[in-house]
Design a protein around this ligand. Structure first.
Ligand code: FAD
Length: 405
C-alpha cells in the first residue's frame, strides 16, 4: 500500500475558523480519499462560538505574517467565487481607512434625541467639510463637523471582508459535505506514547460521557484554549468586547480604524475616562455595523467559549464612542453585545503553523488579530502538512512550532 492509501484517522481539535478551514482543505486535498481517510472535527461547545464568530472580518493584503497573507487573501476570493461567498457569508471588497474625529459629549446626545434634531440633514457647508479634509464623499455617516482627518489605508482590491460567523460555519458545513464528521465534545487528552499520537479522548457534549477515538494525525486548532490541551505551547488569551448595531439609515462599505478624542464632559457619570478611544468600525453587507474596542486581561480565559463573561459596561463604552461620532449609529438599534478571546503568541511571533516534535501532532494556533484573514491559508497549509508532509503553498519556516516548543 502506498503512503497515501494508508488508513488515516485525522482529528482536528477546535471548531473556530482555523479548525473549520483545516477540515475543509483536508477534504479538498488531492490525496484525500474518504474510503481511507477519516476526518473528525471536535468542537467543545459550538462551531464559531469563540472569536471566529465574533470578530470583525476584515481581510487585508497588508496584514501579517506576510508569508501567508497573500495565499490566504487569494483563497478567500477563490472560496467566495466557488461557493457564492457574496450571498453565503457576505464576502465583498471594502475600503479601509484611519479616521481622526472629535467625539461629542453624551449630554449633547440626549439633548439631540429629545429635540429630534439630527445631523442627518446635512447643510451644504457641512458636506463641503468632507471634501476639504479629503474625506471620501460616501463616508457621509460620520458627522462632518467632528471630522479632523482621514487617511486611506487601502482601496478595494487590497481589502475585503467576510461575516466571520457565516464564513466559519459554512466552512464546517462544506467539510461535512465532503465526508468530515463534526462532533461536539471537549478534548481532554491526546495520547502519544513513544512520541507518536495514538488516540484522542473527549467529553461528549450531549451525553457527558468520556470517549476515545483512534488518531494517526491530530491538528490542535483550539485558539486561546490551545494551552489547556498542550500546556507547553506559548499562547495566551486576551478578551475583547464588540457590538453589532443596526444603523438608523444605510451606511457605505468601510472598515475604519478610528481615533476619537473624548471630551472632558463625555460622560459625567463616569469618574475616569480615556482621552482617546480607538474602536474599529466595520459596516457589513447585511446592513449592520460591527464595532469592537480594546482588549483587556481582567477576566481569565474560562473553560469554554460558552462561559465567556460579557461586561455590559465595556459594550456600552463602545456604543457611546461610536454614537458620539455618527448619528446613524447613535440612533440605531443595538443587536448584539458580546465578548471573546484573542489567541496571542506570547513572544509576539506567530501564528504557530506546522509540525511538532511528536509524530502525527500538528499545531495551527495563535493567529492574534488576523485569524479571519489567515484562516483559509492556514487550513490549506495544514492539509499539506498532513498529506504531503510539508507546506507547499507558502514558506512557513518562521511559523514552525518546533522552534517554540
Ligand atoms: C474583537 C476581535 C476582532 C477581530 N477582528 C478580526 C478581523 O477583522 N480580521 C481578522 O483576520 N481577525 C480578526 N480577529 C482575530 C480572529 O477572530 C482570531 O484570530 C480567530 O478567530 C482565531 O481563530 P481560532 O480558530 O484559532 O480560535 P477560536 O475562534 O477561539 O476557536 C477555537 C475553538 O476551539 C474550541 N476548543 C477549545 N478547547 C477545546 C477542546 N479542548 N476541545 C475541543 N474544542 C476546543 C473552542 O470552543 C473554539 O470554538 C478579531 C478578534 C477579536 C477578538
Amino acid at each position: 500500500m502506498s503512503a497515501t492509501s494508508d488508513r488515516r484517522e485525522i482529528v482536528v481539535v477546535g471548531g473556530g475558523i482555523i479548525g473549520c478551514c483545516t477540515a475543509y482543505f483536508l477534504t479538498r486535498h488531492p490525496s484525500y480519499d474518504p474510503t481511507h481517510h477519516k476526518v473528525t472535527l471536535l468542537e467543545a461547545s459550538e462551531i464559531a462560538g469563540g472569536a471566529s464568530g465574533k470578530a470583525g472580518g476584515l481581510l487585508a493584503q497588508w496584514a501579517y505574517p506576510s508569508n501567508i497573507v497573500d495565499l490566504s487573501f487569494a483563497l478567500h476570493a477563490q472560496l467566495s467565487k466557488e461557493h457564492d461567498g457574496k450571498n453565503r457569508w457576505g464576502y465583498r471588497e471594502t475600503s479601509c481607512g484611519q479616521l481622526v474625529v472629535k467625539g461629542r459629549a453624551m449630554s449633547e446626545k440626549t439633548q439631540k434625541k429629545e429635540e429630534g434634531e439630527s445631523l442627518q440633514k446635512r447643510s451644504t457647508a457641512a458636506v463641503s467639510k468632507l471634501k476639504s479634509a479629503k474625506i471620501p464623499n460616501d463616508l457621509d455617516w460620520i458627522e462632518p463637523d467632528l471630522l479632523r482627518a482621514y487617511e486611506s489605508m487601502s482601496g478595494p482590491g487590497e481589502t475585503a471582508q467576510v461575516h466571520p460567523y457565516l464564513f466559519t460555519t459554512s466552512m464546517a458545513k462544506l467539510a461535512e459535505e465532503q465526508g468530515a464528521e463534526i462532533i461536539l465534545g471537549q478534548v481532554t487528552d491526546i495520547a502519544r506514547p513513544d512520541d507518536t499520537v495514538e488516540s484522542v479522548t473527549y467529553t461528549d457534549k450531549a451525553s457527558g460521557e468520556s470517549r476515545t477515538i483512534p488518531a494517526t494525525d491530530v491538528i490542535v486548532a483550539a485558539g486561546p484554549w490551545t494551552r489547556s490541551i498542550l500546556p507547553e505551547v506559548p499562547i495566551a488569551a486576551m478578551r475583547a468586547h464588540s457590538v453589532v448595531i443596526e444603523p438608523a439609515r444605510p451606511v457605505s462599505a468601510y472598515a475604519l480604524f478610528t481615533n476619537i478624542e473624548i471630551p472632558a464632559n463625555f460622560n459625567p457619570a463616569k469618574k475616569s475616562r480615556p482621552t482617546v478611544a480607538a474602536p474599529e468600525i466595520y459596516t457589513r453587507p447585511d446592513d449592520t455595523v460591527y464595532a469592537c474596542g480594546d482588549g483587556d486581561k481582567t477576566v481569565p480565559l474560562p473553560k469554554t467559549s460558552a462561559d465567556v463573561e460579557v461586561d455590559p459596561e465595556r459594550c456600552q463604552e463602545i456604543i457611546d464612542q461610536v454614537g458620539s461620532i455618527s448619528d446613524a449609529l447613535r440612533d440605531g438599534k443595538i443587536r448584539t453585545r458580546q465578548a471573546c478571546y484573542l489567541p496571542n503568541c506570547e513572544n509576539g511571533r506567530g501564528p504557530l503553523v506546522g509540525l511538532t516534535h511528536t509524530k502525527g501532532l500538528y499545531l495551527a494556533a495563535g493567529h492574534t488579530c488576523w485569524g479571519i484573514q489567515n484562516g483559509p491559508g492556514t487550513g490549506k497549509l495544514m492539509s499539506e502538512f498532513v498529506f504531503d508532509g510539508q507546506a507547499k503553498s507558502a514558506k512557513t519556516a518562521s511559523l514552525d512550532p518546533r522552534d517554540q516548543l
